[in-house]
Design a binder for this molecule. Structure first.
Ligand code: ZN
Length: 415
């Protein structure tokens, strides 16, 4: 039977920072593979290439002092001596903000989304500065994030970028520097990330396959227990159950690497398993779980009938969970993009109850009874579907979901 304490034990084993393409990520994959082997399956580790960079030098000098910054990985390098150029604070980069910014070093509000990045390229800026955090942050209690340019930005052209603290951005803008000097020297290349895959053969080979997925990587500075060590241990517990209780339909259990870098593990999986996908009837993804203060949610990237079915099951067994038909920023996306319906189970932290993507994603915000309760419900749901006489979820993605997935993947709009 499902055991939350056992899940918590495994969660503690991967309770360390494990970012895309690092030795620590590989170590976590091995821990998961070992556990899968102990359960009696034969896990396979599938590797794939990811971008890697090594920041050799990064600095921002303005108003006679050096400011704390991190360099954007994959954003290229400046000349050795850096770029000295006029400074412009362009806020959200409206047409007015962007007037006469050619060749300048510009600061934008917060993040650089795809639309904004395109504007910077078109405007011909020399470099960009982003900021994150809060003006009231305490330096020693927060980390300055390390960011990188994603593929969608790189294909527009590289612009060297740095990230700084909001409190410093505030000071810098107030000081109105005429020029700033920005230096970024980096070495760019490839590293290896990996997925862990295990299989349970069903009693009816003709009945299709259900894929269970959870990403096991974390972002820098984060132990990633809530996001998503918790999902990783939940699907391990499900696999343990189904190993003992053979389902009618076959099952694949996938622990994805590099989700935090843009769903790279699940994208690699659907690319290398294209043929097998024809046989996949549903993808069950678990991403974030375990907080003491929180609520359970199911997001169905499928025909709306699945949302209704989860709602009925919730009432039937007395487990509080809200179900919605929507996409979710996680590993079910590449499946939906390939016509495979999916469902995402999450236990979201209540406001202030759990943190993601920073040093405060810690095991103390979670407890084992919550993991166990969420796991039990996903098990009930999965067992019924896995053994159903006729598979009830239509193998199609409705148009409203297709549109959201295309937008998420930044595909050009269809004419
Ligand atoms: Zn996640």
């Amino acid at each position: 039977m499902v055991c939350g304490k056992r899940e918590f034990e495994l969660l503690n084993k991967i309770n360390f920072i494990r970012t895309c393409g690092t030795e620590e990520e590989k170590q976590a994959a091995q821990i998961l593979a070992e556990e899968a082997r102990a359960i009696g399956t034969e896990p396979v580790i599938e590797s794939f290439d990811v971008d890697r960079w090594d920041i050799k030098k990064v600095s921002l000098v303005a108003c006679g002092k050096e400011w704390e910054v991190t360099g954007y990985g994959m954003s290229g390098s400046t000349p050795e001596e850096g770029i000295t150029a006029p400074f412009a604070y362009i806020q959200d980069a409206t047409d007015v903000d962007l007037l006469n910014t050619k060749g300048k070093i510009v600061m934008v509000n917060g993040r650089v989304g795809d639309e904004l990045y395109k504007k910077l390229v078109k405007a011909g800026v020399a470099a960009f500065i982003t900021f994150e955090g809060n003006i009231v942050d305490k330096r020693e209690e927060t980390d300055l994030d390390t960011r990188n340019l994603r593929d969608w930005a790189i294909k527009e052209g590289k612009i060297p970028g740095v990230n700084m603290r909001t409190m410093d951005a505030h000071e810098l803008v107030k000081a109105k520097p005429e020029t700033v000097t920005l230096t970024l020297i980096q070495d760019e290349g490839l590293a290896t990330s990996q997925n862990v895959i295990a299989e349970i053969k069903g009693s009816d080979p003709e009945a299709g396959t259900i894929v269970f997925g959870a990403h096991y990587d974390s972002v820098p500075f984060s132990h990633g227990v809530y996001d998503n060590g918790a999902g990783s241990v939940i699907i391990m517990e499900l696999m343990r159950y189904f190993k003992e209780n053979q389902p009618k339909r076959s099952m694949k259990f996938c622990w994805y690497g590099s989700e935090e870098r843009g769903l790279l593990g699940s994208k690699a999986y659907v690319a290398t398993h294209k043929e097998e996908l024809k046989d996949v009837v549903l993808m069950v993804n678990v991403d974030v779980a375990g907080p003491v203060l929180g609520k359970d949610i199911a997001l169905c990237t499928s025909d709306d009938s699945l949302r209704v079915a989860v709602d009925y099951l919730s009432k039937e067994v007395g487990f509080a969970i809200t179900s919605k038909q929507d996409i979710y920023s996680s590993d079910s996306i590449p499946f939906a993009d390939n016509g495979v319906p999916g469902i995402n189970f999450c236990r979201f932290g209540a406001p202030g109850g759990a943190n993601i993507h920073n040093r405060h994603d810690i095991i103390d915000s979670l407890d084992w009874p919550n993991l166990e309760e969420t796991t039990k419900f996903i098990l009930t749901f999965s067992e019924r579907l896995a053994n159903s006489v006729v598979f009830p979820v239509p193998r199609e993605i409705p148009q409203n979901i297709v549109e959201k997935v295309d937008k998420y993947l930044k595909k050009p709009a269809k004419k």
